[in-house]
Design a protein around this ligand. Structure first.
Ligand SMILES: Cc1cc2nc3c(=O)[nH]c(=O)nc-3n(C[C@H](O)[C@H](O)[C@H](O)COP(=O)(O)OP(=O)(O)OC[C@H]3O[C@@H](n4cnc5c(N)ncnc54)[C@H](O)[C@@H]3O)c2cc1C
Length: 435
């Protein structure tokens, strides 16, 4: 059996594993990344696309944003349609932060290229990876590479292997507590070769169900429809998909949707899942291996990046001065952000979707919440802070604060560019939107 020695062995070359390996390498910590799939597969896997400003800043600071800065689409607001009207929520006016549309597979391509350039040890097509001796100070991963049995011996294992990975199930039963929730609907998502119909995302709340208009590039649109939980793609030929999208995005009878060839399609379950703690001895769980959210608030990838940032800093402190404090605190600190992301994802999911069990009373409560979001500056600000990731940055500061601290800091003085909601609604009128 061939034997490899390293400091951190990382299972999974999704965004979490690749970014962790990249950050560690920049800080002088060695790692080996083991990925089950081929490079082509992980570079083509279409998933997330909305990067919070904090995620973009981290990638830029790590030398990973050359192409992102050229090709990413920076957004300052989104459109919300309900009751036949459209409202624009300008989150940059409310928070000073932006978001960026850049496909997760593009982030993955940039990361793989960076690992290659740095001669990083990144192996694709690795079969049967099995974490062993995780309760000891010398954990190992046994696997098969190109038909050859290989053992990677390390100081730590990072489980970056997603929701269906091997690391979480390797932890002894009873050591983890699981929290989960399944929603009674799913998302049918398509990637279409057609320029986006608007520059910004459109969240459309309709009595037939929710629809989202998003994009990946100026030539590629990404669209989603709320569908039943067990719906099969065979029930959704192209014409049915476009007809349903047209209906849900319709605004006062106006045609608002560009249509084009569908490049790919898939159905995503809507569920929430968290395990606590995110660590067992020398095995650390990162990103989707420890927590998933429904995609409504686009938090999955951004939360994974937040975990990686924490863990990379903790490993660096360990190797720099033998300090265990950050490693021991990894799970507690990460879970603070995870639950904040869970809460906001649940809020957006319940605000936007038609629940099968919803009676008319519940529908009216949801409509009242939507109206509050577009008429109350306080509600819109709290929402926007979560949407762009500013709330997570505040939480990180609060965790570092002294034990006795004020419940919240005074808000930043509003910037001069902030327009009142009334002004914004007037702006919308001028642009021909209902208000
Ligand atoms: C359809 C879909 C749409 C999404 N949309 C959004 C969105 O709009 N916004 C957002 O923020 N998030 C979204 N997400 C979530 C986001 O994609 C994930 O949060 C993100 O991929 C997490 O990254 P990760 O590296 O932790 O896990 P993953 O991306 O799942 O990567 C895990 C890697 O580990 C590998 N692996 C698994 N098991 C093994 C094994 N035994 N041995 C070796 N390798 C293994 C896998 O092949 C994979 O490459 C979406 C997810 C899905 C599925």
């Amino acid at each position: 059996m061939r034997r490899l020695n390293t400091q951190v062995v990382i299972i999974g070359a999704g965004p979490s594993g690749l970014l962790l390996s990249h950050l560690l390498s920049r800080r002088g910590v060695e790692s080996v990344v083991l990925e089950r799939r081929t490079r082509e597969y992980v570079e083509q896997r279409v998933r997330a696309g909305l990067l919070e400003q904090g995620t973009v800043d981290l990638l830029r600071g790590a030398g990973l944003a050359d192409r992102l800065d050229r090709e990413g689409l920076v957004h300052e607001g989104f459109l919300l349609r309900f009751e036949g009207r459209e409202y624009r929520l300008c989150f940059t006016d409310l928070t000073g932060w932006t978001t960026c549309m850049y496909g997760q597979q593009e982030v993955v391509k940039d990361l793989i290229k960076a690992r290659e350039t740095a001669c990083g040890q990144l192996y694709f097509g690795v079969e049967d990876a099995a974490p062993l001796d995780i309760e000891t100070d010398a954990p190992r991963v046994r696997c098969t590479m190109g038909g050859e049995a290989v053992e990677v011996v390390a100081d730590f294992i990072a489980g970056c292997d997603g929701f269906h990975g091997i690391c979480r199930p390797s932890i002894p039963s009873g050591a983890l507590t699981t929290y989960e929730h399944a929603y009674p609907f799913a998302w049918l998502g398509i990637l279409a070769s057609v320029p986006p119909s608007t520059e910004e995302l459109i969240y459309a709340v309709h009595e037939r169900g929710f629809a989202l208009h998003s994009m990946r590039t100026p030539a590629i649109s990404r669209l989603y429809l709320q569908v039943g939980p067990r719906e099969s793609l065979a029930e959704w030929p192209d014409e049915r998909i476009w007809a349903e999208l047209r209906t849900r995005f319709a605004l006062d009878g106006r045609e608002v949707l560009n249509e084009g060839p569908i490049l790919s399609r898939g159905v995503t379950e809507m569920r929430s899942f968290v395990v606590e703690p995110m660590q067992y001895r020398r095995l650390f769980l990162v990103g989707d291996a420890a927590h998933i959210v429904p995609p409504s608030a686009a938090k999955g990838l951004n939360l994974a990046v937040a975990d990686v940032q924490l863990l990379a800093t903790a490993f660096t402190a360990w190797y720099a001065n033998g300090s265990r404090e950050l490693l021991d605190g990894y799970s507690r600190t990460a879970l603070g952000a995870v639950w904040q992301g869970q809460e906001f994802s649940a809020l957006m999911t319940s605000l936007l979707h038609r629940f099968p069990s919803e009676d008319d009373y519940m529908v009216r409560l949801r409509q009242a919440r939507l109206r509050d979001l577009v008429t109350s500056r306080a509600t819109a600000t709290a929402f926007a802070e979560n949407y762009v990731g500013l709330a997570r940055a505040r939480l990180a500061e609060a965790i570092d604060a002294p034990a006795v601290a004020p419940a919240f800091e005074q808000p930043d003085p509003p910037s001069e560019t902030v327009t009142s909601l009334k002004t914004r609604v007037r702006d919308l009128d001028a642009r021909g939107h209902a208000s």
